[in-house]
Ligand binder design. Structure first.
Ligand code: HEM
Length: 409
């Protein structure tokens, strides 16, 4: 049911929807109100929990156009930009991430990192990722039933992969992962968060210096050897590595866990996938479209007055581009609420669009393919140990997912 609330006093904003909206009974369906927004109010005002208002953009065409509109900024330090994970300034007061910067600053970081995230690089990593997944599946097999798939598979695989890609030595994985876990845990206190950021940044700076003496084939080595004329300090470079870590982890964890659950709930599709492994790439993209976990991933702010779908947005007003809604747009997808492996259109927006489109999407696709394919090959009868509606979901997080997924096989 739509939660309608009164806009802030004196703001001129009347009764609006509260955002984020809650998913209904089915955890795979984006909030039902998105359909109403697409048909009746493609650009609508909503009230955030902190009392500020934003514009929600719901249709596929408008989301795509808005995410490449140069009049719209991603700069996380701009007052008024909606920031689900806190401000674009980290707890120690630095600009936290190139993910929340505009050109030309953003492009300097992106160009430096892009060569390490090509499809060719991701494919070359596939055999190594297979080893990581197989070892996590050994742990799953060796644990009692029911076993928590989030703890034993969905969390360790992405963090091991990102450590490897960044070039964190194996012996430091535990330190690295424990600090990263504090940073990603919404329950962490401000002090814990601050300490974790400082420790991780100090550690990364040390590692950058080490990579200058002992180069490897990894992202930190690339950053350590960034051309001096770019003017990036070690603190900036460590921040870029930290941004990759932050951007990569939770989305992949949630896609693995929720994706596994969705597959078990779609037995016909799963049977087809078990019979023909060539269908896995299409399945991964369809899961990304269908699950729509990242509606809070694309916050923006208008730099000047502009119109979207006939609605005037004033300079300084915040926007959320609802990729989860766009991915269910009936103008683009036939029967959008169905999980359909044979859907012809693959242009979903789950990885965003435009300048900030997910840098790690090639890697994420390979990880998800290897995880799902290996999981259901090794445990063909894997299923949730409790009914889907009894699981605890991440309704309050920036990314939708499931907290724990007890499974039996
Ligand atoms: C299935 C998992 C993933 C999903 C759904 C996802 C989704 C997204 C989305 C929607 C954005 C755009 C944000 C915006 O519009 O402001 C983004 C950006 C980004 N993602 Fe991912 N991501 C995933 C996995 C990864 C992985 C594995 C990595 C790296 C190892 C990664 C690194 C990044 C980076 C660095 C950015 C910022 C790019 C930029 O601002 O230029 N992501 N991701």
């Amino acid at each position: 049911m739509t939660e309608l609330v009164q806009g802030p006093t004196g703001s001129g904003v009347g009764v609006v929807r509260a955002f984020p909206m809650r998913r209904g009974g089915c955890p795979f369906d984006v909030p039902a109100e998105y359909g109403t927004l697409r048909s009746a109010e493609p650009v609508s005002r909503a009230l955030l929990r902190d009392g500020s208002t934003v514009w929600l953009v719901a249709r596929h065409a408008d989301v795509q156009a808005g995410l490449v509109d140069e009049r719209i900024s991603c700069d996380g330090s701009t007052p008024g930009i909606p920031m689900p994970g806190g401000s674009g300034v980290d707890p120690v007061g630095r600009r936290s991430s190139f993910v929340r910067m505009d050109p030309p600053e953003h492009d300097v970081h992106r160009k430096l990192l892009a060569p390490d995230f090509t499809m060719r690089k991701a494919r070359a990593l596939r055999p190594w990722i297979q080893g990581v997944v197989d070892s996590a599946l050994d742990d799953l097999a060796g644990s009692g039933q029911p076993a928590d798939l989030v703890r034993l598979l969905a969390m360790p695989v992405p963090s091991t992969v990102v450590c490897h890609v960044l070039g964190v030595p194996h012996s430091d994985h535990e330190f690295f992962q424990s600090r990263a876990a504090v940073m990603l845990d919404r329950g962490s206190s401000r002090d814990d968060l601050r300490n974790a950021v400082v420790e991780l940044r100090t550690y990364m700076i040390g590692l950058l210096q080490d990579k200058r003496a002992n180069p490897g084939d990894d992202v930190l080595t690339k950053l350590a050897h960034a051309p001096a004329d770019l003017g990036l300090t070690d603190d900036d470079l460590a921040g870029a590595a930290q941004s990759v870590l932050n951007a990569s982890h939770e989305a992949t964890v949630n896609m693995i866990a929720l994706g596994t659950l969705a597959l078990t709930e779609n037995p016909h599709a799963l049977a087809e996938l078990k019979a023909d492994r060539n269908l896995w790439p299409a399945a991964v993209d369809e899961l990304l479209r269908y699950l729509g976990i990242g509606d809070l991933l694309s916050p923006r702010i208008a730099k000047e007055d502009l119109d979207i779908a006939g609605q005037r947005i004033a300079a300084g007003e915040g926007l959320y581009f609802l990729t989860g809604s766009a991915n269910r747009d009936e103008e683009v997808y036939a029967d959008p609420a169905a999980f359909d492996l044979h859907r012809p259109h693959r242009g979903h927006l789950a990885f965003g669009y435009g300048l900030h489109q997910c840098l790690g999407q090639n890697l994420a696709r390979v990880e998800l393919e290897v995880v799902f394919e290996s999981l259901f090959r090794r445990f063909p009868d894997l299923r949730p140990a409790v009914p889907v509606d009894e699981l605890s979901y991440k309704h309050d997080s920036a990314l939708f997912g499931v907290h724990e997924l007890p499974v039996v096989w």
